[in-house]
Design a protein around this ligand. Structure first.
Ligand code: AMP
Length: 558
């Protein structure tokens, strides 16, 4: 059975398989490689994922959800017309769709996958991603950091196996910058830095805010339908600015417009650029490399297509970055190659991909000045190469102490309370004078980001072991199985007639967005499609859909 690689993106998701040592992207039922990471529940209670759901995000916002990857590993609940879903459940629908597409493409069953996650995903977020896989009926062979995958693909595509790369992966909702070495068939992530709340969506928002300010409108006061309508237009305008220097943002429904150009966008984005530079500098600092030691800067991710971003990086790093063909497919290609490694496909079997631990993992030591505010003691430093096992020794803080609680924390803050608590191990210890106890603490972090903690009292020769799960956001095995059964009851929208469904969903969106004569034109087109569905043959249907798309394109000014 095949193992597939999946790039589960904030904005778009892709599946990739490895054939004859090369990554091959899996087309969805529309023949496209990018499937929007959007989920919607339709009138029949069926789940649609991708292009149809993206249209419905505007026409039926109460039934649709997007960007849920940003909330992975949190307790946020999305309610889609009365149906409640966690972010991992919504992600599981996207995974189910990709799995079905891959099965159709390969003509065989797919049960295993390698999924990419942002380097900065913490333990909860990684766990949630695995849970999403499970809910989709996929065994997640391994999680791979997105920059690792990008570096793997970038080096393969460029054909320049040897060298040090700075991979700048700028997506819809996350930025990951990594320094990657590729020597002697070993790809080693030297350092990663990131911001999982910074992406192309933020540029859409600054354009929207500027548009609203220009027209004396209150951006915050827009209802959700209007806001998503405007953001979509802003995204379109932003993307136009990647192809040409000037673009006009026209909001038909409100009868308002405003010209934009790249110079204006560069000015509006100053705060975002500052945040970008912090991430780049942090990656370089952690890697202890200077810019001169980097052979190549590689741009990946959809937002890397923005000329203002490339230009800013050129100024910051004093070097022209290189845009790999189709930057939004690079991560998927990397996981596809990695899936090949997993399957032990001949052509890639010699390749070794190392990963690193993106966060510091440590424990608490006493803060004599404030007992409730313990200090973080690092056991595994961030950017350690995985798998990694480190020992540290601790002692008792008070005379005749009988118990020690070894807290397990993840993060870079000095105080434990400001880091993420993953769990704790409680140990009875030999009651001895302060400083005489000897506790050996071992942290072992594997390639899947699973942490095992062992604590041993060297005097009592007693040992406790814990494999980490964080209670608050994790489901028990029974709950997971129960939810798995419940989710199975949600039927995925069949892919038959998908083109018709996309055009109909687009018509519904345009109807919601437009008014007056334009709206009337949408109605006429929709009626024509409906009549053809009832009475037309295949050929008439194809012609009708083509005409409808042309009219819709004209109405949208595309
Ligand atoms: P990703 O998460 O890598 O799929 O990237 C998605 C982000 O890339 C979204 O914010 C898109 O608006 C943005 N994007 C995609 N294509 C372009 C383009 N041609 N120009 C500017 N931004 C783009």
């Amino acid at each position: 059975m095949a193992i597939i690689g999946i790039d589960l993106g904030t904005t778009n998701s892709l599946a990739c398989v490895c054939q004859e040592g090369r990554p091959v992207l899996v087309p969805n039922s529309l023949g496209e490689t990018l499937t929007p990471s959007v989920v919607s529940v339709d009138e029949n209670g069926e789940i649609c994922v991708g292009a149809v759901a993206k249209e419905r995000l505007i026409s039926h916002p109460e039934a649709s959800a997007a960007s849920f990857k940003r909330y992975m590993g949190t307790n946020k609940v999305f309610t889609l017309t009365g149906n409640s879903f966690t972010p991992q459940e919504l992600s599981s629908f996207v995974l189910r769709q990709l799995k079905e597409d891959a099965q159709r493409f390969l003509g065989e069953e797919v049960t295993e996958a390698v999924i990419s996650v942002p380097a900065y995903f913490n333990d909860n977020q990684r766990y949630a991603t695995k849970e999403a896989g499970k809910l989709a009926g996929i065994h997640v062979e391994r999680l791979v950091n997105e920059p690792s995958a990008a570096a793997l693909a970038a080096s393969r595509i460029s054909g320049e196996d040897e060298g040090s790369y700075l991979v700048f992966d700028f997506g819809g909702g996350t930025l990951d910058v990594s320094v990657v070495d590729y020597f002697d068939n070993i790809i080693e992530i030297v350092a990663v830095s990131g911001d999982n709340r910074l992406g192309g969506d933020d540029f859409d928002e600054i354009i929207a805010r500027s548009f609203c300010a220009h027209h004396q409108m209150d951006y915050e006061g827009l209802d959700s339908q209007k806001r998503s309508s405007l953001l979509r237009l802003c995204e379109k305008c932003k993307q136009e600015l990647s192809r040409q220097d000037e673009a006009e943002l026209v909001w038909e429904a409100e009868d308002k417009k405003m010209p934009f150009n790249n110079l204006v966008l560069a000015g509006l984005g100053q705060d975002l650029f500052d945040r970008i530079s912090q991430v780049v500098e942090s990656a370089l600092r952690d890697s202890a490399r200077s810019m001169e030691e980097i052979d190549e800067i590689v741009l990946v991710g959809g937002s890397s297509k923005m000329p203002v971003v490339a230009l800013y990086l050129q100024t910051l790093l004093k070097r022209r970055p290189r845009i790999i063909a189709s930057p939004d497919e690079v991560v998927a290609m990397g996981v596809g190659i990695y899936a090949g490694i997993k399957e032990r496909k001949e052509d890639v079997k010699d390749l070794v991909l190392t990963d690193i631990c993106p966060f510091t993992l440590g424990t608490n030591v006493v803060n004599y000045a404030d007992n409730d505010n313990p200090v973080m003691s690092a056991v595994i430093e961030r950017n350690s190469i995985l798998p990694c096992s480190k020992k540290a020794y601790y002692t008792n803080a008070y005379d005749y102490q009988r118990k020690i609680v070894v807290g397990i924390y993840q993060g870079e803050s000095f105080y434990c309370n400001e880091n993420l608590k993953l769990g704790a191990v409680e140990m009875e210890i030999m009651p001895v004078s302060k400083g005489e106890a000897c506790l050996e603490v071992r942290f072992s972090y594997d390639l899947n980001g699973i942490l095992e903690v062992e604590v041993m009292d060297r005097q009592l020769k007693q040992m406790k072991r814990k494999v980490l799960t964080s209670e608050s956001v994790r489901l028990s095995e029974e709950e997971l199985n129960r939810r798995l059964e419940e989710l199975k009851a949600y039927k995925m929208m069949p892919c038959g007639g998908i083109r018709t469904k996309v055009v109909l969903a687009r018509g519904e969106r345009l109807f919601a967005q437009m008014t007056g004569a334009r709206r009337q034109q949408v109605v006429l087109v929709m009626q024509k499609i409906q009549q053809t569905i009832v009475g037309g043959n295949d050929q008439e249907m194809r012609r009708c859909l083509k005409e409808a798309q042309e009219i819709f394109d004209r109405l949208e000014g595309l």
